[in-house]
Design a protein. Structure first.
Length: 252
């Protein structure tokens, strides 16, 4: 895996094409590190992508042969790696965009789900494949997929492990849009350009407001929203945006 910064964009590239970009525990921890250290003062977005013909084929199945037998130790290993990726993504101060070419399977699909925006080629392949290796959807899959695609569809895909393409992923709401492979770079670049023009600190607060409402009753979710709005009103970005809006539209 490689991490690079270019004019405010943090690019996290899964670079293990010989294994279809399967993720080891160490790679998951590295992804979490890269997300956690992105700062709105220096970065306007994070891009997740893969090298070669896969986005990510999920967890390293070969490494799973060497699993431990201590359930508590396994819990801690998962929480400190794949679980930590989800916590990092949900609490990130900058938006995350996934660019999906090829396969996004298992934990690879979950990385797509935890991203704020995701774009796929129409011929990309997806699968909630955990059942195929006798596991439960992780990396936030069981938590986030019902919110994205609905309870029934989550159950159908998780219980069968069936494959579906980028077009169906867009229809389900798993990805923002699916386009022919030769247009994928352009549509992602257009969105990154849009995000670069936004007040990144406010984008981070929007994410916090939305994510903080998941699972709350409506009263506590509304209170959380009001708290985040109060923070936004106290920012330079808010003052500058209001001034620019007033000047642009000639308001008094």
């Amino acid at each position: 895996m490689t991490v690079s910064d270019d004019d405010g964009l943090r690019r996290i590239t899964i670079d293990r094409p010989e294994a279809r970009n399967a993720l080891t525990l160490g790679m998951a921890a590295d992804i979490a590190d890269a997300i956690e250290t992105a700062e709105p003062a220096d970065h306007y977005a994070i891009l997740l992508e893969g090298v070669g013909e896969s986005f990510s084929a999920g967890g390293d199945v070969v490494a799973m042969q060497n699993r431990g037998t201590d359930v508590r130790a396994e819990f801690e290993r998962i929480a400190d790696t794949f679980g930590r990726v989800v916590e990092a993504a949900m609490t990130a101060d900058v938006p995350i965009v996934a660019k999906v070419q090829g396969d996004a399977i298992g934990a690879g699909l979950s990385l797509v789900a935890v991203s704020d925006l995701a774009y796929a080629s129409t011929d990309a392949r997806f699968s909630v494949a955990f059942v195929r290796v006798g596991l439960v959807p992780d990396t936030g899959g069981s938590v986030l997929l019902p919110h994205l695609i609905g309870l029934r569809e989550t159950k159908r895909l998780a219980l069968t492990g069936e494959f579906f393409d980028g077009t169906e992923a867009a229809d389900l709401g798993l990805v923002t849009d699916a386009v022919p492979a030769d247009q994928l770079d352009d549509i992602v670049d257009d969105m990154l350009d849009t995000l670069a023009d936004q007040p990144t600190r406010i984008v981070g607060l929007i994410r916090e407001a939305i994510h903080g409402g998941i699972g709350r009753d409506w009263r506590s979710a509304l209170e959380h929203e009001n708290q985040i709005q109060a923070q936004a009103r106290d920012t330079v970005e808010h003052a500058e945006s209001v001034q620019a809006f007033v000047e642009r539209w000639g308001l008094k």
